[in-house]
Ligand binder design. Structure first.
Ligand SMILES: [Zn+2]
Length: 397
C-alpha cells in the first residue's frame, strides 16, 4: 500500500460531511459525528506536524477551520504556490465511511471528491520536504478548505485573509519577506487534467400568483400552476435552445435546469401560487444581472410574468484563468498537456481566482464518481496525481 493510499483510506474513515446537509431530526440527526470537517482537519494537522511542518488553523465558522500547512524554502521567498483541496463531502450511507479496496479501486465517500486530492497533495508536500532537491525560492502552502460543497466559506475566508495580508500567507511571526500567491492548484477530480475554466452556477426562484376559487368553478379563479407550466415550457424549450447557441471553446454551452416545482394545496382548490427553482450554469461573461434580465425579457415576450429572486448564499461565478500565464503554462507542460481543459462543475477555484489568485483545477479521479452511492477512485490515478504534483513542485525555482 502506498503512502498516498494509506492516507486516503484514513481520511475516508473520518467522516466530514458538510453540516449544511445534516438532517434536523430523526435517526440520521443522531449521527452528529458524521458532520463537520473538524476530525479530518485535526488529523491532517497531526500528520503534517509529525512530518515537521508549520501548521495553523484559520477559523471560518463555529467549529470549522481551514487547516494550513506551510513548506518554507531555504532562501528568500519569491513566490508562493497554493495547494487547495476541500475537506467536506456530501452526505453518505454509514457503509461509505468504511474504505474498501477492490480491483485497483478504493471505495468510500470522498474517495474522488475530494479526499483523493487531499491525500495526493499532502503526500506530495511531505515527499517534497524530504527530497534532495526542492524549490529554493518558492513557498508551498497546503490549505485544506471547509464548506466547498455548500457556500465555499473556506475559500472565501482564505482570500479574505489573503487580501487583508496583501495576498500573502507569510506575514506571521518574523517572516516579513512576504510575496503574493502566484498560483493555486485546486484539488477536484479532473482525471488529472489541468483545468483553467469552469462554469458558474446561479440558482433562481420564480413565483407565480393566481386567484383561489372552488374547484367546481375554476372559471372564477386564476390558476398559478397553469401559468407556471407555461413558464417551465418556455425555459426548458425556448430558453434552453437559445443557450445551446452560446458557445465557449472549453465549456461548450450554457444550460438551464428546472429543478423543483411546488404549487397548489388540494385538488378542489384553484391554486393561487406556484414556485419553481432553476439552476442556470453560466459561461464567462454572464452575470446574475444579465441572466435575470434575459429571463424577464423572454417571459414578457410570451406575455408571462413571475417574481424572480436568487437563492444562493454567495455568488458562484465562472472560472476563466489565462492559460498563457507563465506558471499556468509551466503547470500544463509539467503534466504533459498541450491545451488546457474545461469542466462543467463549479468549485473553489472561481472564488480564489476572484480573490486575485490565478487558479487551476487538478486532481485524480473522475467527477462521474463524485456524489454517487459507490464513490471510488482508481489507485493508479491517485498515485499518478501525487507524482505529477510532486514533479511540478520539484521543478519550481
Ligand atoms: Zn469537490
Amino acid at each position: 500500500m502506498t503512502r498516498t493510499e494509506k492516507l486516503l483510506a484514513d481520511l475516508i474513515a473520518l467522516p466530514s460531511v458538510n453540516p449544511a446537509f445534516a438532517p434536523q431530526s430523526g435517526a440520521a440527526a443522531r449521527q452528529a459525528r458524521h458532520y463537520g470537517e473538524k476530525n479530518m482537519a485535526d488529523f491532517l494537522a497531526s500528520v503534517a506536524a509529525r512530518a515537521g511542518f508549520e501548521v495553523e488553523f484559520q477559523k471560518v465558522l463555529p467549529g470549522r477551520a481551514n487547516v494550513i500547512v506551510r513548506l518554507l524554502p531555504p532562501g528568500k521567498i519569491r513566490q508562493t504556490i497554493l495547494l487547495a483541496p476541500h475537506l467536506d463531502t456530501v452526505n453518505a450511507e454509514d457503509s461509505q465511511f468504511i474504505p474498501h479496496r477492490k480491483n485497483g479501486r478504493l471505495y468510500g465517500r470522498g474517495a474522488c471528491d475530494t479526499k483523493g486530492s487531499v491525500a495526493a497533495m499532502l503526500t506530495a508536500l511531505c515527499e517534497l520536504a524530504n527530497a534532495k532537491s526542492r524549490p529554493a525560492e518558492t513557498g508551498i502552502v497546503f490549505a485544506g478548505l471547509v464548506d466547498e460543497e455548500n457556500a465555499q466559506a473556506g475559500s472565501r475566508a482564505l482570500v479574505g485573509q489573503a487580501s487583508r495580508l496583501s495576498l500573502t500567507f507569510w506575514e506571521n511571526g518574523d517572516r516579513r519577506d512576504a510575496c503574493p500567491t502566484a498560483l493555486a492548484i485546486v484539488g477536484e477530480p479532473t482525471r488529472l487534467q489541468a483545468v483553467t475554466a469552469h462554469k458558474g452556477s446561479i440558482w433562481l426562484e420564480l413565483k407565480t400568483r393566481g386567484k383561489a376559487a372552488h374547484g367546481a368553478t375554476p372559471q372564477l379563479g386564476q390558476n398559478a400552476v397553469h401559468k407556471m407550466a407555461r413558464i417551465v415550457d418556455a425555459l426548458e424549450v425556448d430558453y434552453a435552445a437559445r443557450l445551446r447557441k452560446r458557445w465557449h471553446p472549453l465549456l461548450s454551452t450554457a444550460t438551464v435546469n428546472v429543478g423543483t416545482i411546488c404549487g397548489g394545496t388540494q385538488p378542489n382548490i384553484v391554486p393561487d401560487r406556484c414556485v419553481i427553482t432553476i439552476d442556470r450554469r453560466t459561461l464567462p461573461g454572464e452575470t446574475e444581472t444579465s441572466v435575470r434580465r434575459e429571463i424577464a425579457v423572454l417571459l414578457r415576450a410570451k406575455r408571462l410574468s413571475a417574481k424572480i429572486s436568487s437563492t444562493k448564499l454567495a455568488p458562484c461565478l465562472p472560472l476563466e484563468t489565462n492559460p498563457k500565464l507563465p506558471l499556468v503554462r509551466r503547470f500544463l507542460q509539467s503534466v504533459g498537456q498541450a491545451r488546457p481543459a474545461g469542466v462543467d462543475f463549479f468549485c473553489d477555484a472561481a472564488v480564489l481566482s476572484r480573490g486575485g489568485i490565478p487558479s487551476v483545477v487538478f486532481g485524480p479521479g473522475d467527477i462521474a464518481q463524485a456524489h454517487t452511492a459507490d464513490e471510488w477512485i482508481s489507485l493508479d490515478s491517485l498515485e499518478r496525481g501525487k507524482n505529477l504534483l510532486l514533479n511540478f513542485l520539484k521543478s519550481l525555482p
